[in-house]
Design a binder for this molecule. Structure first.
Ligand SMILES: Nc1nc2c(ncn2[C@@H]2O[C@H](COP(=O)(O)OP(=O)(O)OP(=O)(O)O)[C@@H](O)[C@H]2O)c(=O)[nH]1
Ligand SMILES: [Mg+2]
Length: 272
């Protein structure tokens, strides 16, 4: 039987963690939740433990220090694969990724075992989809309450990475993603070293090397209402430098040419 897992990394998300877990459990009751906390000084880890104590579908991975989003996800992926979860979802704790849209991502992954027998025929795409990205930058996708400079930073960063790396994906920094377990196994996770948000691009870059089939579905991204962003200039610089480095490397290596996107206005499909 398939068992979906939603991984939620946290650092100082005391005000958000209970809310987001509750919404995930309501949106997809069959899914389990793994909170990955980097010893948040604000006590998020303790709240996570309390949630786990009252709900057997919630578990917590405690890490000893703040090591970045990428490191937290890599740890979680290793744990999830060892435990046999499939599919494995990435979701922020701050409410920017709407749990209510999770069924859309799982549908596009063609995960009827998770959603029940009513999953639409169109969702069972062939060849199987390996990775679904909740995208802000395709038709139907949107952002609520982001200042203009954040929109430009995100759009500009995505455009730069797409151009340098020749990636067909529109929203390369999106953090709302659903992977088939098998797809994660095919990615060389040992070779993913980006710790900050460039991790999302790094994973797509490796997904392309692994020849994964990627679909984007439109989502509404909502700016966090509570708590503080962990985004910093250092994280942006790390991402830009790494993308540039991979771009240079790729000029000296061969990759399969990206396939043209297929699908209607609500979904974009490509080989990453
Ligand atoms: N475990 C762990 N989680 C982190 C770390 N850094 C960020 N996170 C979590 O990753 C998710 C995304 O971080 P945010 O601070 O919301 O960053 P963002 O969404 O890219 O930026 P904003 O739009 O400004 O909120 C949140 O759930 C954070 O708590 C970290 O070092 N370790
Ligand atoms: Mg956020």
């Amino acid at each position: 039987m398939t068992r979906a897992l939603v991984v939620i990394p946290t650092y100082n998300e005391r005000e958000n963690i209970a809310m987001i877990v509750e919404r995930v459990r309501v949106a997809v009751p069959e899914a389990s939740v793994l909170i990955v906390d980097d010893s948040s000084p604000d006590g998020t880890g303790r709240i996570a433990d309390e949630l786990a104590a009252t709900d057997a579908s919630v578990q917590v991975l405690h890490r000893t220090e703040k090591n970045g989003l990428g490191a937290a996800y890599l740890d979680a992926f290793g744990w999830a694969l060892a435990e046999g979860f499939d599919p494995i979802v990435q979701m922020d704790a701050d409410g920017s990724h709407l749990p209510e849209q999770l069924p859309t991502l799982l549908d596009a992954l063609g995960a009827p075992g998770v959603l029940g027998v009513d999953a639409p025929e169109t969702a069972r795409a062939t060849p199987p989809v390996d990775l679904v990205i909740g995208s802000r930058w395709i038709d139907g996708g949107s952002i609520e309450n982001w200042p203009r400079h954040r929109q430009w930073l995100s759009r500009g960063g995505s455009a730069y990475a797409r151009w340098v790396l020749r990636l067909p994906t529109r929203d390369v920094t999106a953090g709302y993603r659903a992977f088939r377990a098998d797809a994660l196994r095919r990615i060389r996770l040992d070779d993913v070293h980006t710790r900050g948000y460039g991790f999302q691009v790094d994973m797509l870059w490796h997904a392309r090397e692994a020849g994964l089939v990627v679909v984007e579905v439109p989502v509404t991204f909502v700016e966090r209402v509570k708590g503080r962003s962990k985004m910093s200039p250092a994280i942006v610089i790390e991402a830009m430098l790494r993308v540039t480095g991979w771009g240079i490397r790729s000029r000296f290596r061969r990759h399969p040419a990206p396939q043209p996107a297929r699908g209607g206005s609500t979904a974009r499909r490509s080989r990453a």
